[in-house]
Design a protein around this ligand. Structure first.
Ligand code: ATP
Length: 144
C-alpha cells in the first residue's frame, strides 16, 4: 500500500502533547516506548503502547533499561520543566539516538535545543495555531 516502514519510537513526557504523539504512532503500527515520571500518566497509556515505563528521564541508566538505545526516533515532550527537557535531550543525543525531536516552549529554548544537537524542534502551540489559521483561511471549513 506504499506505507512507510515501521519504526521504533520513544516518547518521553506524557502530557497532552506526548500522549497524543505516542498514541498516534502506536495506532499507525509503530513500536512505542512511553516514559514518564508520573505513574498515573504511564498507567493511563499502558494498554496503547508497546512499553510504558515509569522513570525520571534524567536518569540515564533508567533510559537504557527502558530500551531507549534501540529506537530510531526519540521525542522529548517534557514541557514546563525546561531544565529537565534540555538535560533529557542532551542525554538521549549522547546515547546515540540518530533522530531526536524536542518540544520547545519558546525561541530561546529552541535555540538551546539546537545547540545541544536536537535534530528537530517543535513548538506545538505555535505550530497548531499556524495550522488552524491556514485551515480557516483556505475556506475548508464548514460554514454556518
Ligand atoms: P502538555 O502541554 O503536553 O500537556 P506540558 O507542557 O504541560 O505538557 P508538562 O506537564 O510539564 O508539560 O510535562 C509533560 C509530562 O512530562 C508530564 O506528564 C510530566 O510528568 C513529564 N515529566 C516532567 N519531567 C519529567 C522527567 N524528568 N522524567 C520523565 N517525565 C517527566
Amino acid at each position: 500500500k506504499g506505507g512507510k516502514a515501521l519504526k521504533q519510537f520513544a516518547v518521553i513526557g506524557l502530557g497532552r502533547f506526548g500522549t497524543s504523539v505516542a498514541r498516534t504512532l502506536s495506532r499507525m503500527g509503530h513500536q512505542v516506548i512511553a516514559i514518564d515520571s508520573d505513574e498515573a500518566k504511564v498507567e493511563a497509556l499502558m494498554d496503547e503502547v508497546t512499553t510504558a515505563v515509569q522513570a525520571d528521564a534524567r536518569d540515564e541508566e533508567a533510559l537504557k533499561a527502558a530500551g531507549i538505545r534501540n529506537v530510531d526516533v526519540a521525542i522529548v515532550a517534557i514541557g514546563e520543566n525546561v531544565e529537565a527537557n534540555i538535560l533529557v535531550t542532551l542525554i538521549v543525543k549522547e546515547l546515540g539516538i540518530k533522530c531526536v525531536v524536542a518540544k520547545a516552549i519558546n525561541d530561546q529554548h529552541g535555540k538551546v535545543l539546537a545547540k545541544i544537537g536536537a535534530d528537530r524542534i517543535v513548538y506545538p502551540e505555535r505550530d497548531m495555531g499556524v495550522r488552524v489559521a491556514h485551515t480557516l483561511a483556505s475556506g475548508n471549513v464548514l460554514e454556518h
